[in-house]
Design a protein around this ligand. Structure first.
Ligand code: SF4
Ligand code: SF4
Ligand code: SF4
Length: 453
């Protein structure tokens, strides 16, 4: 499969199966769009209908044919053999240490921390039991991950500290290692917490939506006042420390129907000194006033292109800005397996609620029909079947993914979004998410091509 597209005056083609990205001159690009495999050594007659000199057409075709022979153009399809083991090891847990929050964001999927239940903090003993559960179910996986999540996890610092200390000890005893990550809205960050998080966390996710007006419109305190003014000085301090000592972090924003000019938010964050930035589209029911709707897609495509073109300029002149959603690895290699099997929700990745219930990921927490058991009793027959269903939901089993050029980069999309917004059917694709995924991939490939020049 070959996907051709133009951005910012570049004529690009992605050979989907090999992952080869070609930056063509216009003639070769026009020829490519007319070709269907298998190719012959002889120049196809139809190409002479193009309004180009015949000798130039012949020469361009021979160059393309050479790529075809090297299996870099219209390369053959392949199937990645996914392991069929009946035991599904667990690699990562999302620990919902706080089903409570000190903000009231307009788009919150977590019901401002309540997850359609009650406000609750995870007891340290529950978090420690979750660590035992992870280690016991991790089979031979040595490097494990624990994400402290909420609501707002800094409201449960006693649990975060106890679980981190216990997790390091238990992992070492088991000959394993745990990388801890924490996602925070920043409202409770003080110097002592900053120092602790910088020391103990492998990665930090700092939630802020960009420009002050955009951030404060969406991310609000129940009592009023600017969340931006409260969090930004602390986020800057933390990011500076991480950048200086080479540790991971990123600022993570959400764009909605109210800020379709979100590239301004990305560059605002860059201008504030943040180097690692993610600004992602909101996923909400179609009738929600903040939801991204079909008719907004052309505007968003233009915005992504604008972002990619500006990023290419800034990066070429030495800026360190890294926009997460434009990160693609064209050297497929071992990564292709991960791309095929998807995000791991319900299989190698599970979420744990404050009382210790297991769900396929944070987006499913509180959906009783997706409860997978608990950290004390593990899985029952029914939940084991459900985990198998998650495991077998991938680009080879989802009909819409078969002919999608993004399939080896996307991994089959977000199962939670399919369940929530596509009638509960995890084999379907969340339509808006797919459209955006494909556009982001084009922009990411454009950026790669420009930076390789
Ligand atoms: S900070 Fe997070 S959990 Fe809290 S209201 Fe905002 S989106 Fe929801
Ligand atoms: S973008 Fe959508 S259709 Fe394409 S591979 Fe991803 S989930 Fe499947
Ligand atoms: S199902 Fe969606 S929200 Fe859950 S882990 Fe996968 S990509 Fe993330």
């Amino acid at each position: 499969m070959l996907h051709t597209f133009e951005i910012g005056g570049e004529y690009l083609a992605l050979d989907v199966n090999s992952g080869a990205l070609h930056s063509f001159y216009k003639l070769a690009y026009d020829i490519c769009k007319l070709l269907t495999p298998p190719l012959t050594k002889e120049t196809p007659e139809i190409l002479y209908n193009l309004e180009y000199d015949k000798n130039e057409v012949k020469l361009a075709y021979s160059e393309l044919y050479s790529l075809y022979e090297q299996k870099l153009l219209f390369s053959p399809d392949f199937i990645v053999d996914l392991p069929k083991n009946s035991v599904i090891p667990i690699k990562a847990l999302c620990l919902h240490v706080a089903h409570d929050c000190n903000m009231r964001c307009g788009y919150c999927f977590a019901d401002a921390g309540e997850y359609c239940g009650k406000r609750e903090i995870m007891a340290p003993e529950v978090g420690m039991k979750a660590i035992d559960f992870l280690i016991e179910h991790s089979a031979k996986i040595e490097n494990l991950e624990v994400d402290f999540f909420g609501g707002e996890p800094l409201m449960a610092m006693d649990t975060v500290k106890a679980v981190t200390e216990y997790g390091k000890k238990r992992a070492a005893e088991a000959g394993k290692h745990i990388n801890f990550t924490l996602t925070t809205n920043g409202a409770l960050l003080d110097d002592e917490t900053i120092e602790y998080l910088d020391r103990e966390m492998f990665n930090l996710v700092l939630s802020v939506d960009g420009r002050k007006s955009v951030n404060d419109f969406m991310r609000r305190f129940p009592e009023g006042g600017s969340t931006y003014d409260k969090i930004m000085p602390q986020f800057k301090k933390l990011a500076e420390m991480r950048q200086q000592n080479g540790k991971s972090y990123y600022v993570r924003g959400t764009f909605t129907a109210k800020n379709l000019d979100f590239s301004s938010d990305v560059f605002h964050l860059a201008d504030c000194g943040f180097e690692e930035i993610s600004v992602e589209p909101v996923a909400l029911e179609n009738n929600h006033p903040l939801a991204i709707k079909e008719e907004m897609l052309p505007r968003i495509y233009k915005e992504y292109e604008k972002l990619a073109i500006e990023l290419a300029k800034r990066k070429s002149s030495g800026d360190k800005i890294n926009f997460f959603h434009f990160n693609v690895d064209l050297e497929a290699g071992p990564c292709v397996y991960k791309r095929v099997k998807g995000c791991g929700a319900g299989c190698e990745y599970l979420a744990v609620t404050p009382p210790g219930a297991l769900f396929p990921c944070h987006q499913f927490a509180g959906m009783d029909n997706y409860k997978l058991g608990n950290i004390y009793d593990g899985f029952n027959d029914e939940s084991a079947q459900l985990r198998k269903k998650f495991k077998s939901t991938n680009i080879y089993t989802k009909p819409e993914c078969q002919n999608c050029f993004a399939k080896f980069f996307c991994g089959g999309g977000c199962v939670a979004a399919s369940v929530k917004y596509e009638g509960g059917d995890m084999s379907k694709c969340y339509h808006i998410g797919c459209e955006l995924e494909r556009k982001r991939l084009e922009c990411a490939l454009y950026l790669q091509a420009k930076l390789a020049e």
